[in-house]
Design a protein around this ligand. Structure first.
Ligand code: A5P
Length: 229
């Protein structure tokens, strides 16, 4: 296991200590969330009783593989805790950029339904100001995507359609496209999020503003917890 993978594994294992019997748990997407789902599966096998709502097809199939019982929003509209990864975490505000794994829409719906959102990251994801460390993904409707891209670009970024290894547009779980938007700096995440969402054709942004309650950060030396004030 590489150094970064080990840190992700440690952050994931620290996060699942927050999961207790009878909770409804949101399962994030991406490699860090996958470690958490696997570790949660082991706890379930030794008696932990939870119901889970996945944020993507990837997390759904992992939960099934590890024997975690799934539920639906119809049965459980309120989630106790969601555990998920992130691509950038802004120190102080704990605002996030998420969605490099193409699951940002499901992740945001599940996060909004959660009483507590716990983010698990390795220390390389921490930034002083959100910005150019990774692109900001936007989930957009395929129809007219070229026009949507042009309008999004007017908001100060370089926006490109996300392609797979065969140069085909990536299709999300909800049958949308992804625009990768490279911003030099995101100084007002709340305003940018609102402005981008007002564009017809944009379904959701990867900006998670004022949503993370706790961020568990695995560092080389130890694992620390940051709390939103
Ligand atoms: C998935 O769409 C993302 O939001 C992930 O949570 C994020 O990209 C972090 O992924 P890793 O844990 O794989 O770094």
């Amino acid at each position: 296991m590489s150094d970064i993978e080990r840190l992700k594994f440690e952050a994931a294992n620290a996060a699942i200590d927050f999961i207790k019997d009878d909770m409804v748990v949101g399962l994030g997407s991406g490699s860090t969330a996958s470690y958490a789902i696997e570790a949660l599966g082991k706890k379930v096998a030794s008696g932990l009783k939870i119901l889970a709502i996945p944020t993507s097809e990837q997390s759904r199939s992992l939960a099934q593989k590890y024997g975690i019982q799934l539920t639906t929003f119809a049965e459980n509209p309120v989630i106790d805790i969601t555990i998920d990864g992130a691509d950038q975490v802004e120190l102080k505000s704990l605002n996030l950029v998420k969605g490099l794994g193409n699951a940002l829409l499901g992740e945001k719906i599940v996060a909004l339904a959660s009483k507590k959102l716990i983010i698990m990251v390795d220390e390389h994801k921490l930034v002083d100001c959100l910005g150019n460390k990774t692109p900001l993904p936007l989930e957009i409707v395929p129809f007219g995507w070229e026009l949507t891209r042009q309008i999004v670009s007017q908001h100060g970024c370089n926006a490109t359609l996300k392609l797979d290894s065969n140069n085909k547009a990536i299709i999300t779980d909800s049958n949308h496209y992804i625009l990768n938007c490279q911003f030099p700096k995101i100084e007002n995440a709340r305003k940018l999020d609102k402005d981008l969402k007002l564009i017809t054709g944009v379904v959701e942004t990867g900006l998670f503003v004022n949503m993370a309650d706790l961020v568990i950060v695995a560092k080389q030396s130890d694992v620390i917890t940051l709390q939103r004030e």
